[in-house]
Write a protein that binds this ligand. Structure first.
Ligand SMILES: [Zn+2]
Ligand SMILES: [Zn+2]
Length: 286
């Protein structure tokens, strides 16, 4: 079984009830964080985990809403890991990730210096290990395999989706993308597809062109659902709701998705948890 917890279902627009984009995926005793938006560590604590328990951080792309709390993840993991010789935190993302991580460490350089000066057992900056990929297998440890494939969020490029597999269960985290053949291929036969969505029917009517601009590089609810249907996944998990779902209107979002996808659809608040069991897909991979 793979467990998916939506840690943050918000977007760049601050919302009192929704943290920034981030999802926890647990498989085979390993804990992965997909993106690390605003408030991620508070939600991670609420989900019963912590920065020091992360097996790896997976970044779909380098938009601010998806990496807003990268510094918090890196620094908090460093100061709250008490085992000597803690292994570096693997950070897997698209090209550009190493530069962002390096700049983040630089931004926190004063803090890192203070802590090294103050604590005898902290002798070096936070250990991190960055891997940049756009496709292929990026993780293969203790029965958990993760592969990535390119998505289409242009002009943001490159962007990637992750497929986590464990004991015949599989979950794909799409990140932000318009429908594309490479995402379809990565998601084929997956037990679940986690997809970010926007309500184009609402956004397109707003007066600010800058806000309407976002329609051309995101999937609508229906487009994400159509991707799930083409790929033959078992469960569609929607997140990154733009605009934030008004209380009591979850069913509208579910109904829009149901026009394209006739299987299990998950829409929820932060900390919504979904179990993905083996064998829930419709179309076998291959
Ligand atoms: Zn984005
Ligand atoms: Zn986004």
């Amino acid at each position: 079984m793979i467990e998916v917890t939506l840690l943050g279902t918000g977007s760049p627009i601050p919302d009192p009830d929704r943290a920034g984009p981030s999802t926890m995926v647990r498989a085979g005793g390993q804990t992965f964080l997909v993106d690390c938006g605003r408030g991620v560590l508070q939600r991670l604590a609420a989900a019963g985990s912590s920065a020091s328990q992360l097996s790896a951080l997976l970044l779909t792309h380098l938009h601010s809403d998806h990496i807003a709390d990268l510094g918090d993840v890196i620094i908090t993991r460093w100061v709250s890991t008490f085992t000597p010789d803690a292994p570096p935190l693997p950070i897997i993302g698209p090209p550009g990730t190493a530069e962002v991580v390096e700049a983040t460490l630089k931004a926190f350089g004063h803090d890192i210096g203070y802590r090294i000066a103050h604590h005898d057992d902290l002798t070096a900056p936070p250990p991190v290990e960055v891997h940049e990929h756009t496709e292929g297998v990026v993780w293969d440890r203790d029965g958990v395999v993760i592969r990535v494939g390119p998505t289409d969020h242009r002009p943001v490029t490159p962007t990637i989706a992750f497929r986590v597999e464990h004991a015949d269960a599989s979950v794909v985290a799409a990140g932000d993308s318009v429908p594309c053949a490479t995402l379809d291929a990565l998601a084929t036969g997956a037990g679940a597809l986690i997809h970010t969505v926007i309500r184009k029917d609402i956004i397109e009517t707003l007066p600010q062109q800058r806000i309407r601009d976002i329609c051309d590089y995101h999937s609508s609810v229906q487009e994400a659902a159509a991707t799930a249907a083409r790929a033959g996944v078992g469960i569609l998990i929607l997140t990154h709701y733009v605009p934030a779902i008004a209380p009591g209107t979850e069913d509208q979002w579910r109904e829009l998705a149901a026009t394209e996808f006739d299987r299990q659809i998950e829409v929820g608040a932060d900390l919504h948890r979904v179990e993905v069991h083996p064998g829930v897909c419709v179309k076998p991979a291959g």
